[in-house]
Write a protein that binds this ligand. Structure first.
Ligand code: SF4
Ligand code: SF4
Length: 418
């Protein structure tokens, strides 16, 4: 991997254009935080690792993997590829912490155990949570402040979507989709997963929901645990191979982009049969809003405008990774009762970045505050997005600012019209 990294690094010409688009650099103004600074570090990675592996790890992890730099790089440097491989090298050298190892290698590959933990946690979460408002994502946890800080979070669902439905395999003359809900919609925003199912059934599409799907693998990959990423992907491949389907759809932009891009990126690491299956599935993978607009061509009638304003936040993994930005807007513009207003810098990262939010919350919050200010500037009643991780960040920031703005997934708003 070190040698592969060297080959990828050559194309960076040190222009520094990545500075102007990096949300982390925009807050810290540290060259070490921007792509060019990280690439300089990686050029001497072997030496840097032996000198201070933890320091290298921390520098590499101060990145949202948002892809803003890659999208705007004039040399076409494969930045996300570089960062993911570098994280794997670092984790391989210094090892993973016990907590991460347990989660990625023991809990995530066992979906029933994972669901059991979530069920137990949901039953006992009451006394640990303090309601700050009537909004769904407005709970704080004073007891868990050392771990969660003063974040505003939603409650865990009492029962995960996957444990409610088990397996679904419904054929249809209109073709079939495999539904990949993703962990957050499965265990936190269960109603969202339920809504996706209802929307697909409303359009009379055949549905395959594989029993015991596991995490798509992005948390493990982003933490450098390449072994766990491969294992989780293999489990999902075996389950998806049990039925035939025309498209794989997900309401989670991060899952969809991980499947389409990273499964494909690392398909060489799998046996040839699995590698072919990966290519087949990647070609069929779509964000659910894009599937509704492009494939199902759902009715997008113009409607009379109304006073309620809805705006849209572009998730980085949907817009920058998958190039989907028009379709969710088309759905929102067709909503009766709403007037769509574009917020400034709608495609600016919200600052969540998965584990970045966990380990770099002060910077994540500052980046999120810029997003919050942009949302508030168009005075919406609702901000819609297409990624559950972004929803968590938006709920947190809007709730902490006491803004009376609801956060919804585009699919939830679309479902209200059916
Ligand atoms: S990563 Fe791209 S934008 Fe950044 S310094 Fe290198 S060539 Fe320039
Ligand atoms: S992926 Fe995003 S956060 Fe990371 S260096 Fe690039 S622009 Fe900055």
């Amino acid at each position: 991997m070190l040698m592969e990294l060297d080959d990828l690094l050559i194309s960076c010409m040190r222009c520094g254009f990545c500075q102007s688009v990096c949300p982390v650099y925009g807050e810290t103004f540290l060259e070490a935080d921007v792509t060019r600074g990280k690439i300089a570090l990686l050029e001497d990675l072997a030496h840097e690792l032996t000198a201070d592996a933890e320091k290298v790890n921390q520098r590499l992890n101060r990145c949202l993997l948002c892809g803003s730099c890659e999208t705007n790089c004039p040399s076409g440097v494969s930045i996300i590829d570089i960062f993911l491989r570098a994280r794997a090298v670092v984790a391989g050298y210094k090892g993973l912490g016990l907590i991460k190892k347990t989660i990625f290698r023991f809990v995530l590959p066992r979906p029933r155990l994972f669901n059991f933990f979530i069920r137990i946690s949901s039953l006992f979460q009451g006394p640990f949570l303090k309601k700050q408002s009537e909004k769904p994502g407005a709970f704080t946890s004073p007891i868990l402040t050392p771990f969660l800080g003063r974040r505003h979070i939603p409650k865990l669902s009492n029962k995960s979507f996957s444990s409610i439905y088990g397996e679904i395999d419904e054929p249809s003359e209109l073709g079939k989709v495999a539904l990949f809900p993703g962990c957050v919609p499965d265990k936190v925003f269960t109603k969202l997963s339920d809504t996706c199912l209802k929307v697909l059934r409303h359009h009379k599409v055949g549905i395959y929901l594989a029993r015991d799907l596991v995490c798509c693998g992005i948390p493990a990959l982003a933490s450098g645990d390449f072994k766990a990423f491969v294992e989780l992907t293999k489990i999902n491949l075996d389950l998806l191979a049990k039925s035939s389907f025309d498209y794989l759809v997900s309401p989670c932009a991060t899952c969809a982009s991980n499947i389409k891009e990273n499964w494909h990126r690392f398909s060489d690491s799998f046996e040839s049969k699995q590698s072919s299956l990966i290519e087949e599935i990647c070609a069929k993978t779509m964000d659910l809003t894009a599937y509704l607009v492009k494939i199902l061509r759902v009715d997008l009638k113009p409607k009379a405008s109304d006073n309620k304003v809805v705006t849209y936040h572009d998730p980085c993994h949907l817009n920058k990774s998958l190039g989907v930005s028009a379709e969710p807007r088309e759905l929102l513009k067709s909503l009766p009762g709403y007037q769509f207003k574009e917020m400034p810098e709608a495609d600016r990262c919200c600052g969540n970045g998965g584990s970045f939010n966990l380990f770099n919350y002060p910077i994540s919050k500052k980046i999120g505050q810029v997003k919050r200010d942009n949302i508030v500037s168009v005075k919406p009643s609702t901000v819609a997005t297409s990624c559950p991780a972004c929803m968590l960040q938006l709920m947190d920031l809007l709730s902490q600012n006491k803004d009376d703005i609801e956060v919804k997934h585009v699919i939830e708003l679309y479902a209200e019209t059916l």
